[in-house]
Write a protein that binds this ligand. Structure first.
Ligand code: SF4
Ligand code: SF4
Length: 426
């Protein structure tokens, strides 16, 4: 063997990271596909999508300007209207979390560490051309500055930390107007009324499809598992919106048929769970998987990587440019139930409503170790659930694959207690 051939076999750090990420993704996909009863056939589109993007690192948006968004609060309607594509940068890979650990304090949120880690190692399938960083939680805010120091183009988008006041609403509206103007200048694209209206309608239609599918989960026979739903909603982070809409339409049709045929994706007596807290982001679907492997089923969620993305639609009175931009801004502030706000009554109300509407037996609240706001808010959420007589399990976790045994024991015990509670009620 010549020296040159031996050299070519040495893996670069980037290749090694990509290989680790592909393994992480493949492992989770394999569990989702094979550990449960037959999923809807239309889920194949989503399984293939994750395999292509996360296992084979295929780019989806080669011919488009990609706008990386650090949080759900960046209005995607404006980005689409400027002929660009939003790519959400919230990251669920342990490989990237590990890389980010060298750059951030040990007790940081794993989601933030993974995002920073991905920038530092530059292992993107669709690398963002520009990054928008809303000043939501402290760790997101600081990580935007760290990413900028790495040489990326980052725009800060100021976000209020109170929600109810007229001042915060006006503050956020100004912020969205400024973002629209700056992005339009940066991309050298003029925002037109027609394009913005089209983008609002398209995102609204995607939300409408999600709502229709979600409502089917209220049925006694649950047609689709929560882990599959997380895949579907997480795919909205990075997929082409038209492809997502098409795949969602097929999934909806099939799921409606499954309801008519009384096909149940869960067990006969599986307790129904509402999931809340720090966002499950592929491939970190550890807790949702453990819940459903323990014979419970997630029927609804209150998280920013899923339900919260589709919650409130833009409501426009007059289709004039400024009214549309302000209406887009309102949708994002009103719909946000992230614990970054001073008070967060909306979140508790929403969890209770979900429990009632989806006839859930209990709630699982996940907080990422290092996420102070979710950790701090848990007490008041637990009290609110107790008042309503809703059992809740609080879990603090990170992206590491260790402690699975301990987590499984706690989740299984909770699921068992929900089953007992149901038996006593009969
Ligand atoms: S948890 Fe809050 S700050 Fe973090 S991405 Fe979600 S909405 Fe944004
Ligand atoms: S989980 Fe907590 S620290 Fe992490 S992004 Fe969300 S709010 Fe910020």
């Amino acid at each position: 063997m010549t020296k040159d051939v031996r050299k070519s076999k040495i893996e670069t750090p980037k290749e090694r990271q990509n290989r680790h990420k592909a393994m992480e993704a493949a492992l989770v996909l394999d569990k989702i596909k094979h550990d449960f009863k037959e999923p809807p056939k239309a889920m194949d589109y989503f399984y293939d999508l994750y395999e292509n993007v996360h296992c084979k690192q295929q780019a989806l948006h080669d011919n488009k300007v990609k706008v990386g968004t650090m949080c759900i609060q960046v209005p995607s309607e404006i980005i689409y209207a400027l002929d660009a594509v939003p790519v959400r940068l919230c990251n669920g890979f342990f490989t990237d979390d590990d890389i980010g650990s060298d750059l951030l304090p040990a007790k940081s949120c794993p989601l933030v560490k993974a995002t920073v880690g991905q920038f530092s190692s530059n292992n993107f399938s669709d690398k963002p051309d520009v990054v928008i960083s809303p000043t939501t939680c402290d760790q997101k805010t600081k990580s935007g500055a760290i990413i900028e120091d790495m040489g990326y183009s980052v725009f800060d988008m100021e976000f209020p930390r109170t929600k109810e006041s007229e001042e915060s609403r006006e503050y956020w509206r100004r912020s969205v107007r400024k973002f629209t103007k700056e992005l339009s200048t940066d991309l050298n694209k003029k925002l037109t009324k027609k394009k913005l209206k089209e983008a609002i309608k398209k995102v609204g239609y995607a939300q409408h499809l999600y709502h229709k599918l979600n409502i089917l989960r209220k049925n006694h026979h649950i047609p689709i598992l929560g882990t599959d739903m997380f895949l579907v909603t997480n795919a909205f982070f990075f997929d082409k919106i038209d492809s997502w809409i098409e795949a969602m339409t097929a999934l909806l049709e099939e799921t409606e048929q499954r309801v008519k045929d009384e096909i149940n994706a869960a067990g006969k007596r599986s307790p129904r769970i509402v999931y809340t807290g720090s966002p499950p982001i592929f491939p970190n679907l550890k807790i949702p998987l453990l819940i459903e492997q323990s014979d419970a089923v997630i029927v609804a969620d209150e998280t920013c990587s899923s339900n919260r993305m589709f919650n409130d639609m833009v409501s426009v009175d007059e289709w004039f440019m400024y009214d549309m931009v302000d209406s887009v801004a309102d949708r994002y502030l009103k719909g946000c139930t992230c614990p970054i706000f001073t008070k967060n009554e909306d979140r508790k109300r929403r969890i209770i409503d979900l429990v009632k509407e989806y006839k859930a037996d209990g709630v699982v609240y996940q907080a990422f170790a290092g996420c102070q706001v979710y950790e701090m808010e848990q007490r008041s959420v637990l009290e609110a659930m107790e008042k309503e007589g809703i059992p809740i399990l609080y879990i603090e976790t990170d992206y590491s694959p260790s402690h699975l045994g301990q987590l499984t024991t706690r989740i299984e015990a909770f699921v068992e207690s929900l089953k007992n509670r149901r038996r006593k009620k009969l």
